[in-house]
Write a protein that binds this ligand. Sequence first.
Ligand code: ZN
Length: 182
Amino acid sequence: MPLRPIRIYGDPALRARAQEVAEFDDSLLGLAADMRETMRAYYGVGLAANQVGVLHRVLVVDVPLDEEGEARAAYTLVNPVILERASSQVAEEGCLSIPGIYEDVSRPLRVRVRYRDERGEEAMMTAEGYLARAILHEIDHLDGVLFIDRISKLKRELYVRRRKKQLRREQDEREPAGHADG
Ligand code: ZN
């Protein structure tokens, strides 16, 4: 199963709303399998299809349930819909698509979610804590929302400025000034 390149902040796919999946076919199974493989290769706890440039409402999560990470909750959710949110929690988040920033984000503590599995079967789940957080972070991606939209404006602007500077530096390194090699 091939890894898919992860889209990085600035890529328009991360700001697009992904569309409902209508066909539960082999290409969906392939996408879900590639996403799980890609998430694990990058040590992520979740990945949304937007992050690999596919605008379909598919997300995968794989969250450790204990300190050692031996017990895990792994799910593939297609067309997820949040039915209920309860209480709230604050914890640090990061994102494979937004390198170099980790910030506290407030989210519901518990959610009830309706979804289809990758074969099209209707399912329902109640998630709490870390799993709820991961699912909510990924559903945000499907709506074109990033976790840095949920932190203070000041912190977000600092990150964006730092990121632009870094991109300029990378560009300068690729194209040394005053060189014309044709
Ligand atoms: Zn993310």
